[in-house]
Design a protein around this ligand. Structure first.
Ligand SMILES: C[S@@+](CC[C@H](N)C(=O)[O-])C[C@H]1O[C@@H](n2cnc3c(N)ncnc32)[C@H](O)[C@@H]1O
Length: 364
């Protein structure tokens, strides 16, 4: 049966619409058929989008410099949703150069296909330390070290809302006339977690991500002593609910083309929503974390010395290539400002170096 058919059946079985979070969950993660669970090429030029570690090794080298402060020869690293495995190789390679490898590099990956690719990538580039890399099926208990999630929060299924006559309603997914359609839920949306904007214009659409907030809470419970780095496209609450963002932040990516139609190319396109970092930070505080820093990706990488890698490169052709990559990572009209880094800590007092040049916590 096709994924479209499976989702349609979920709606007919319930005799009513499903939440957009349920639709997104099936479209991305349905075993064997969801976008992240199937064999379709997702990352890189042949796929649908390019992430920061796919853009340049310098991204992972800078992250390694941030990990270096917290490893001290005894702690571990835990990466969520490790994509092709390239970020893990960059971090382990650079920590090896710094002579500060973690005891274990854990990867928690939902997709069996991606796990396989990660094993191939890391085994090929760093065969001598593949034994340190361990794939987990669930959150570890009593973890100490650094947790990394690059572009993971945006892939956690969100709810979609619409404002009508001053009240928010959930936008749910129905099957009608042989296709998926949006439907406004009958009752007003009640919520006790996320702050929604007041005085919103009619038909304003937006998203809330309760599953991401629940994920933060369970992360806190499984940690002993840690620094968590959440890197993603997103913004603080006032920007998230800017009156001009009236179509929300839902985006789909297929072959490097963006659209706002999650009902096309089901199982073959990425579906994402931007991260409301204020909601994540507030949930983190409620769970017990400290919020240790918030900065643009550009300033985070600059604080960790991305420019030093350029100035140390002797080969001119190589330097030109690296300069292009750095531009992609730090320029405001590329990934520099739309991507942010949020740092959370549990039982740690050191201030992470990545926020020495900029700390925007007051905006959250
Ligand atoms: C856009 S990809 C990012 C991949 C990679 N981090 C990179 O930067 O290239 C999103 C990844 O997040 C993973 N993911 C989503 N929710 C997750 C969760 N709760 N636990 C672990 N991985 C998750 C997906 O399976 C997918 O591999």
């Amino acid at each position: 049966m096709s994924l479209k058919q499976i989702i349609k059946e979920a709606i007919t079985k319930r005799a009513g619409p499903i939440g957009f979070d349920e639709f997104m969950d099936m479209a991305l993660y349905y075993p064997g058929l969801g976008y992240y669970s199937s064999g379709v090429t997702k990352f890189g030029e042949q796929g649908d989008f390019i992430t920061a570690p796919e853009t340049s090794d310098l991204f992972g080298y800078c992250l390694a410099r941030q990990c270096d402060e917290f490893i001290n020869g005894e702690n571990d690293i835990l990466e969520f949703g490790a994509g092709t495995g390239i970020l893990a190789t960059q971090i382990l390679f650079e920590l090896g150069r710094l002579d500060n490898l973690p005891n274990k590099y854990y990867i928690l990956e939902l997709s069996a296909e991606l796990r396989y690719r990660q094993k191939q990538t890391i085994g090929k580039v760093l065969p001598e330390i593949i034994d340190r890399v361990v794939w987990l099926d669930s959150l570890p208990s009593d973890f100490s070290g650094v947790v990394i999630a690059n572009e993971v929060l945006d892939a956690i299924p969100a709810k979609r809302l619409i404002c009508l006559d001053g009240n928010f309603y959930e936008l749910v997914v129905n099957w009608d006339n042989d296709k998926f359609v949006w439907k406004v839920a009958e009752s007003v949306f009640t919520n006790d977690k996320a702050l929604l904007p007041n005085n919103t214009v009619n038909e304003y659409k937006t998203e809330v991500n309760y599953r991401a907030m629940a994920w933060i809470d369970s992360l806190y419970k499984s940690m002993n002593e840690c620094l968590v780095l959440l890197i993603d496209y997103g913004m603080d609450r006032s920007e998230y609910f800017h009156p001009q963002r009236d179509e929300g932040t839902l985006r789909c990516y297929h072959k490097h083309k963006a659209s706002d139609n999650p009902f096309a190319n089901i199982g073959e396109q990425d579906i994402t929503t931007s991260v409301n970092f204020s909601d994540i930070a507030h949930q983190a505080l409620e769970s017990g974390f400290e919020v240790a820093g918030y900065a643009t990706q550009a300033m985070f990488l600059i604080s960790l010395g991305i420019d030093n890698y350029l100035s140390k490169e002797d080969n001119e052709n190589e330097r030109i290539k690296l300069a292009q990559q750095v531009k992609q990572l730090v320029l405001p009209n590329a990934m520099g400002e739309s991507f942010k880094v949020l740092a959370l800590t549990k039982n740690l007092t050191t201030n992470p170096r990545g926020f020495s040049e900029q700390d925007l916590r007051h905006k959250l």
